[in-house]
Design a protein around this ligand. Structure first.
Ligand SMILES: [Zn+2]
Length: 158
């Protein structure tokens, strides 16, 4: 399953990628709505939007589309419930929140000089995006994300 999300939904897009779901946000040059509709038809994607006009155009063309709530965690709860997405981070499936490329786990030795020494020594999981060359690890930010996911799970339960 693959989603297309517009720029307004940056945080939701990042969340879905972290959960291992592919979300396209960059459709190249041109009118975003036109490109989104075309790409959704060709690739059979679901469009996520808060733009009423885009929503209506998609419905008219029988393209799967979701009008999502403004709050990203609430949006995540709704979309994950509807599409059966697990609200858990699987480090073997997670994608780069910035560019959507699947991340690769690296051994601590491989990350020397790329992440703080304390992280290398800590035994935390380290991952890299081979496209943007960005390193990620299971630090404080990761812990915060886990509590946000907890909130999303509780919203979904209701
Ligand atoms: Zn990346």
């Amino acid at each position: 399953m693959e989603f297309i999300a517009d720029e307004m939904l940056g945080k939701l897009a990042r969340w879905l990628r972290i959960l291992g779901v592919s979300v396209i946000t960059d459709l190249g040059m041109g009118n975003f709505d036109d490109l989104a509709l075309k790409a959704a038809e060709e690739r059979n994607c679901v469009i996520l939007t808060r733009d009423e006009n885009l929503f209506k155009r998609a419905v008219k063309r029988n393209i799967r589309v979701e009008f999502v709530p403004e709050d990203p965690i609430r949006a995540l709860a709704e979309i994950s419930a509807k599409y059966g997405i697990q609200l858990e981070i699987n480090l073997d499936k997670t994608r780069c929140p910035t560019c959507n490329t699947p991340l690769r786990r690296v051994r601590p030795e491989e990350a020397i000089g790329k992440v703080p020494d304390a992280v290398v020594r800590s035994g935390k999981q380290i991952l890299v995006c081979n496209k943007c060359n960005k390193y990620y690890w299971t630090g404080t930010h990761y812990e915060n994300m886990l509590s946000e996911l907890e909130i999303a799970r509780s919203l979904r339960g209701r």
